[in-house]
Design a protein around this ligand. Structure first.
Ligand SMILES: Cc1cc2nc3c(=O)[nH]c(=O)nc-3n(C[C@H](O)[C@H](O)[C@H](O)COP(=O)(O)O)c2cc1C
Length: 186
């Protein structure tokens, strides 16, 4: 046996994913982070919104641990389907919970869009309520399954306006400073 054979095998964890699935075309105004399970409804909805053409980069939260974890370091709105089978306490897919448990990812979260199925009654789109409440961001929109053409138009135009009117990162920090100290940044 040579030295290489004798070395203990390392179970290498995959490198973090830091690149968008679809980069913004032209001037970048913001980003969307979405999760979609194997059924792919949310993925179809996102593809139909044509967000890159509006200058919005699209990141996907990996489905399987072997694909690595996503790290996002720019302002984004998260688009998430509801799971839990009517139990609102289990509405967040674990992949989404893991992504948002990373403080650095959470720092750039600006809003949430949720999907679901109206068959689940009060738990319809409950993932959006949970994220909005826990992360103190606005619940911007809800849609069912793959959404309608009107949903896709509303999200495309709504996100474009949302990011265009959003304060820049330096302006945000200045406002936070003012809110917490009552003083202007000098
Ligand atoms: C096991 C399971 C549980 C679900 N639970 C809920 C729920 O509690 N509330 C809701 O609004 N939709 C619920 N849904 C509907 C999903 O949110 C909906 O099918 C969504 O489009 C799935 O998106 P995806 O295909 O991108 O993963 C559930 C779907 C499944 C398969």
């Amino acid at each position: 046996m040579n030295a290489v054979d004798a070395a203990p095998r390392q179970s290498a964890s995959p490198a973090p994913v830091t690149c968008p699935e679809a980069p913004a075309e032209g001037t970048r105004i913001g980003a969307v982070v979405y999760f979609s399970s194997a059924s792919g409804n949310t993925a179809r909805f996102i593809a139909g919104c044509a967000l890159p053409a509006e200058g919005i980069a699209v990141y996907r939260i990996p489905l399987r641990p072997a694909e690595g974890t996503l790290e996002v370091r720019e302002p984004y709105v998260i688009v998430v389907p509801t799971y839990g089978g009517g139990d609102a306490t289990k509405a967040l897919p674990p992949q989404v919970r893991r992504f948002l448990n990373d403080r650095a990812n959470r720092r750039f979260l600006r809003g949430v869009i949720a999907s679901g199925n109206t068959n689940f009654g009060d738990a319809y789109c409950a993932a959006g309520d949970i994220i909005a409440r826990r992360c103190h961001v606005p619940f911007l929109y809800g849609f069912e399954l793959t959404g309608t053409p009107e949903d896709r138009r509303a999200v495309r135009v709504g996100l474009r306006d949302f990011f265009r009117s959003a304060p820049t990162e330096s302006k945000r920090q200045e406002n936070t400073h003012k809110e917490t100290t009552g003083r202007e940044t000098t």
